[in-house]
Design a protein around this ligand. Structure first.
Ligand SMILES: NC(=O)c1ccc[n+]([C@@H]2O[C@H](COP(=O)([O-])OP(=O)(O)OC[C@H]3O[C@@H](n4cnc5c(N)ncnc54)[C@H](O)[C@@H]3O)[C@@H](O)[C@H]2O)c1
Length: 233
């Protein structure tokens, strides 16, 4: 593993209690960063889809760390697998709120602090599904396409502030999120990956942590592929 320098840096990782988020927390901490985990299951029990919970969490994190250098928007759910014409409206709204509105809320709450300090790195976790659209996963795919657009809009708005905003589009990683999917859907995702295997959480964390570091200096509003060859653009 290459050494990254996060000495003196502070980070927020949403959904950092397990899976990809936990791997990102491990990599940041082992590189010297102090990390606040905003997760429903974490000690602070932050629901990132709730605007007032996000505001409270920002104040608490600033009280603890004084400043915020990095925001990783990772919390998310798969939602139900079903054909689009049968997709329940309540499930559509739940997935959009947790996967997309949450990232809007945290960016909105944290970016002004970063802009004031003229430094920040925001990394949003999207998905290859957001580029390609997976069948039977319309809410998930649309929410992740939204994350890509959110990243591009905010990246352009903040381009001259020292705050960079990028996203990653991983293929499937074997985490607890698989428990929410049908076996058929998991097999579909694996079959689409030219490398013929799932990405590991540590591989995703490597890319995310580079984007969260000072080494990433001339990329913003960018969409970074980590799909084992699946992405065609
Ligand atoms: N695993 C994959 O195949 C895969 C592929 C591409 C993208 N992603 C994305 O990566 C991210 C992490 O996925 P994972 O596989 O590690 O999932 P996971 O289910 O293992 O972990 C998700 C974490 O998010 C937290 N969370 C969920 N809703 C929350 C909320 N409202 N507020 C705060 N925390 C909340 C959960 O408590 C959990 O700790 C998600 O955004 C997911 O869409 C995953």
């Amino acid at each position: 593993m290459n050494q990254l320098d996060f000495e003196g840096r502070t980070a927020i990782v949403t959904g950092g209690m397990q899976g990809i988020g936990a791997a990102i927390v491990r990599r940041l901490e082992s590189s010297g960063a102090k990390v606040a985990i905003w997760d429903l299951d974490g000690p602070d029990k932050v629901d990132v889809s709730n605007p007032s919970a996000v505001e409270t969490a920002v104040q608490k994190t600033l009280g603890r760390f004084d400043h915020i250098d990095v925001l990783v928007n990772n919390a998310g759910i798969a939602g139900k697998n079903a054909p689009t014409v049968e997709y329940p409206i309540e499930e559509w709204e739940r997935v959009l709120r947790i996967n997309l509105t949450s990232q809007f809320l945290t960016c909105r709450a944290v970016a002004p602090h970063m802009v004031r300090r003229k430094y920040g790195r925001i990394v949003n976790i999207a998905s290859i599904a957001g580029k390609e659209g997976n069948p039977n996963a319309v809410a998930y795919s649309a929410s992740k396409a939204g994350v890509i657009s959110l990243t591009k809009s905010l990246g352009k708005e903040l381009a001259q502030t020292g705050v960079l905003v990028n996203c990653v589009t991983p293929a499937a990683a074997k985490t607890a999120i698989f428990d929410q999917m049908t076996e058929q859907h998991i097999n579909y995702m694996l079959a689409k990956i030219p490398m013929g295997r799932f990405v590991t959480v540590d591989e995703v964390a490597s890319l995310v942590c580079w984007l969260a570091s000072e080494d990433c200096a001339f990329s913003t509003g960018g969409v970074f592929d980590i799909s084992g060859g699946r992405a065609t653009y």
